[in-house]
Design a binder for this molecule. Sequence first.
Ligand SMILES: Cc1cc2nc3c(=O)[nH]c(=O)nc-3n(C[C@H](O)[C@H](O)[C@H](O)COP(=O)(O)OP(=O)(O)OC[C@H]3O[C@@H](n4cnc5c(N)ncnc54)[C@H](O)[C@@H]3O)c2cc1C
Length: 401
Amino acid sequence: MRVLISGGGIGGPVLAIALRRAGVDAQVFEAHDGPATALGSHLGLAPNGLSVLDTLGLLDTVTAAASFPSDRIEFRSGTGRLLGTLDDGSSRQGEGLRTITITRGLLQTALAGEAAARGVPVAYGRRLVSHTDTGRGVRVAFADGTTAEGDVLVGADGIHSPVRRAMDPGAPEPAYTGLLNMGGRLPRGALPDTPEGTTRMVFGRRAFLGYQTGSDGALWFVNLPHPDQAAADTPPAGGWKNHVRGLFADEQPHVAAALEQAEETAFTPLGVYDIASLPRWTRGRVALLGDAAHAMSSSSGQGASQALEDALVLAMCLRDVPDPAGALRAYERIRRDRVERVVAEGRRRSAGKLATGRVQVFLRDLFLPVAFRVISRFDQHAWVFGHRVDFTDTVRVPAER
Ligand SMILES: Cc1cc2nc3c(=O)[nH]c(=O)nc-3n(C[C@H](O)[C@H](O)[C@H](O)COP(=O)(O)OP(=O)(O)OC[C@H]3O[C@@H](n4cnc5c(N)ncnc54)[C@H](O)[C@@H]3O)c2cc1C
């Protein structure tokens, strides 16, 4: 069996590594010329995703790559009033599985390095433009005029997945959640220190801010309510950097001042999208994985972790189910319900960041401390964080619905 994987982001290389472990031949094709080290800001890896890395022997490399433990959140109003603190409970999930924040670039570099060290072929500069499922195999074509053949194609090609669009032209497009996201790094001392393992999140009057400091600087992000994603391509007068600094100038002047030191590129807004449910994740010998199948709001903190879970489950299905198309269907049936629940939770959290009117903000700041007190009594993440995929299990094909 030979598996072709389009997309060398997070899920693609990990699927290839898991397949190699399962004795299945796999090759990754990535459109960019190398691991996208400079693109994107940072993301969270939760215990359920970290445990996948652990299973594949990747955990130490990833956590060594300058990650921040971040299992506590301190919520504040725009004026700095403490609204509540939440412990995500990940420190109880097992040795080495405490939630971390890591820059996307470092994660990509670490995974690409591990793939190379294990002899997993990752071909860069190969943008897939079309595929054909012959019934007995798949043939793919790349923008550079080359082609490749295999038994199965996996589209691990992200939220705007070309494989998804070709596989199911009628599939719904990702929905804009009403938020723009941007973020980056700041030097040490630029922002007030946060307690160890703690992200400070600020419900500002006009935008939502998160930051965490560590020994080698701070990571920050801003979620900006914006009615029109397309308008994000047209920077406001004075540019995005000035605009964002202005949003916090009266409420968080020290943050507005600190953001002056941030690189201009950190203020490139990306729309936050999700896909609540796709009619299908697979067709014949073609399947989708990660954001391609189930993009979720960054507020879920689960985009990368769910892609990692997918990768392990799909590798097991391709290892254990003899018929390739049957293996892909089994993967979809095992994964779909859980993932869609995580997507819905992410959307709920995004919605909480959309308030901007004076009355809305007043009511929100009144209500949130009560909500945080109630939520903190429950292990609200247990169903997400406690999920484990046991690679030594044999996949039993779930019944068709
Ligand atoms: C540039 C970028 C920046 C991001 N920044 C953040 C962030 O700041 N915070 C956050 O929480 N999440 C971010 N994400 C999303 C997060 O990384 C994903 O939710 C998560 O890692 C799921 O990974 P994935 O492997 O499914 O998809 P991705 O990590 O998105 O990987 C998809 C890969 O497919 C490649 N690709 C696309 N089209 C083709 C094609 N035709 N042929 C070959 N390859 C193709 C892309 O170049 C990319 O490398 C970002 C994603 C990207 C691509």
